[in-house]
Write a protein that binds this ligand. Structure first.
Ligand code: KIV
Ligand code: ZN
Length: 515
């Protein structure tokens, strides 16, 4: 049996469906391209029947993202499978991932069907999917709480019908590692045709055991792990991709398996997801948390300075984390600037580079030390601005504990300059009211977060907002050394996405049930 573990990334399906993590099509494509750079084997791009937005996203990813296999989810229902294929057919390598629940609890209360009927549905679904593609994955939802004999019967039947991967989900995050490993072993020993399919696992993290369960499954014969970046996903999330991959890499002595993941892309991918969704990982998150490589206690610092391996089991560089370095200052020229961007793997066209350089010079006037993180923010901000309908020309706010917070804003729309003022509960609220008066686009601020991109009092502040425009949730980002200006830019970025509607198609909320 091969020792290679297939990494199936479901950030854009199971991850994206959890509250607060929804992404628009453009954001999904950016994320999918980064997942391709990370070299995951399979990208589950969405659930095409669920909504028009999901369908479009899967189709665009299938069209535009090269490298990994692109998978789309479907129930074992014929029209679901047809819809999945409509979106997936554009990919060079595609997979239909079809599922039905197999536990008695789901059969009785949700499906209201008997075991025989569900078995027939599963077989029919797989056979139908097989007409479209050779690569068909079948998932037995809630496998962990299913009767093991019935589960084995279903797996045998779907493999006979052409399933090339059989997935064993711990849908409710109930399993314990030893128990789950044993279950995989039982499947391997009792499903007569199991050698014709790859065993996959899909673990949820309700008890915090998703990664441990996945590893235990691999030790017992599973060769595909379904996981997400930063462990996002339904409820407490899915197994975290970076933890599974790094556990296998770091403990090669005990876990003699390999993945194809380019681990140096891990940090960047994790950060990209945070930037897109506006949701950060907790500082103590394994592998990608802010503190994952920070040594605070004196004894630890002393040890690491003498010999890194005293307290570090992997290097920050192995996940692509380079130390924040002073790279450029206000005397740095265009050549040094573009060279540094190149070293960071950022490619810009001439117009973007010109804009980013002007922005860099302005920043260098305010901020003495420009770090790599600052450069990344400048570039992101400048590129996001390319689609601007409304451009921030001027902002002035007045605030204090004895005065009514007021904001005066000037926006440019084409050649027109529009100015207005707003009052609010604070300077940010006043700013948003003024923007709303000018643009006439009413929005409801759902969430607001701010972080300092680098250390120091002169750090760039990056603001991420989620704004609801008529029920449509849009994320906006903005950065500046002035936090009110960053707040205005973030809000305006969200407004521009709605105003420039033809360019950005929103992913509508799902009408069908999520899984
Ligand atoms: O958790 C689950 O069971 C799922 C399946 C659709 C694979 O997400
Ligand atoms: Zn799931």
């Amino acid at each position: 049996m091969s020792n290679r573990v297939i990494i199936f990334d479901t950030t854009l399906r199971d991850g994206e469906q959890s509250p607060g993590f929804s992404m628009n099509i453009e954001e999904k494509i950016i994320m999918a391209k980064q997942l391709a750079k990370l070299n995951v084997d399979v990208i589950e791009a969405g659930f095409p029947i669920a909504s028009e937005g999901d369908f479009e996203a899967v189709k665009e990813i299938a069209r535009n993202v090269k490298g990994p296999t692109i998978a789309g989810l479907s129930r074992v229902i014929i029209k679901d499978i047809d819809r999945a294929w409509e979106a997936l057919k554009f990919a060079k390598r595609n997979r239909i991932h079809t599922f039905v629940a197999t536990s008695d609890i789901h059969l009785k209360y949700q499906l209201k069907k008997g075991r025989e009927e569900v078995l027939d549905d599963a077989v029919r679904g797989v056979k139908h999917a097989k007409k479209y593609t050779n690569d068909v994955e079948f998932s037995a939802m809630d496998a962990v709480r299913s009767d093991i004999d019935y589960l084995c019967l279903v797996l045998e039947a779907v493999i006979d019908s052409g399933a090339t991967t059989v997935n064993i989900p711990d849908t409710v995050g109930y399993a314990i590692p030893y128990e789950f490993g044993k279950m995989i072993k039982t499947i391997k020993e009792n499903v007569s045709n199991i050698d014709k399919a790859i065993i996959s696992v899909h673990c949820h993290n309700d008890l915090g055991l998703a990664v441990s369960n996945s590893i235990s499954a691999v030790q017992n014969g599973a060769r595909q792990v379904e996981c997400t970046i930063n462990g996002i996903g339904e409820r407490a999330g899915n197994a975290s991709m970076e933890e599974v991959v790094m556990a296998v890499k770091v403990r090669r002595d005990f876990l003699p398996y390999i993945t194809r993941v380019k681990t140096k892309e891990i940090y960047k991918t994790s950060r990209l997801l945070c930037t897109i969704t506006g949701i950060s990982v907790q500082p103590n998150k394994a592998i990608v948390g802010e503190n994952a490589f920070a040594h605070e206690s004196g004894i630890h610092q002393d040890g690491v300075l003498k010999e890194r391996t005293t307290y570090e089991i992997m290097t920050p560089e192995s996940i692509g984390l380079t130390k924040s370095r002073l790279v450029l200052g206000k005397h740095s020229g265009r050549h040094a600037f573009s060279k540094r961007l190149e070293d960071l793997g950022i490619k810009l066209n001439k117009i973007e580079l010109d804009k980013a350089f002007v922005r860099f010079k302005k920043l260098a006037d305010i901020k003495k030390e420009i770090f790599d993180e600052d450069l990344e923010v400048i570039v992101e901000d400048e590129i996001a601005k390319a689609e601007e309908v409304y451009k921030l020309e001027y902002i002035q706010t007045t605030t204090g504990n004895q005065t009514l917070p007021t904001a005066t804003i000037k926006l440019k729309k084409g050649k027109q300059i529009i100015q207005d003022a707003g009052i609010g509960d604070g300077p940010v609220d006043a700013t948003y009211k003024a923007i709303e008066r000018i643009t006439g686009i009413p929005g409801k601020l759902i969430s607001y977060s701010i972080r300092a991109v680098t250390g120091g009092k002169d750090a760039i502040g990056e603001v991420v907002v989620k704004v609801s425009f008529n029920g449509e949730l849009v994320t906006g980002k903005g950065a500046s050394t002035d936090v009110i200006e960053a707040s205005a830019k973030a809000y305006l970025n969200a407004v521009n996405k709605v105003a420039g509607k033809t360019k950005v198609k929103r992913v509508k909320e799902l009408k069908s049930p999520r899984v």
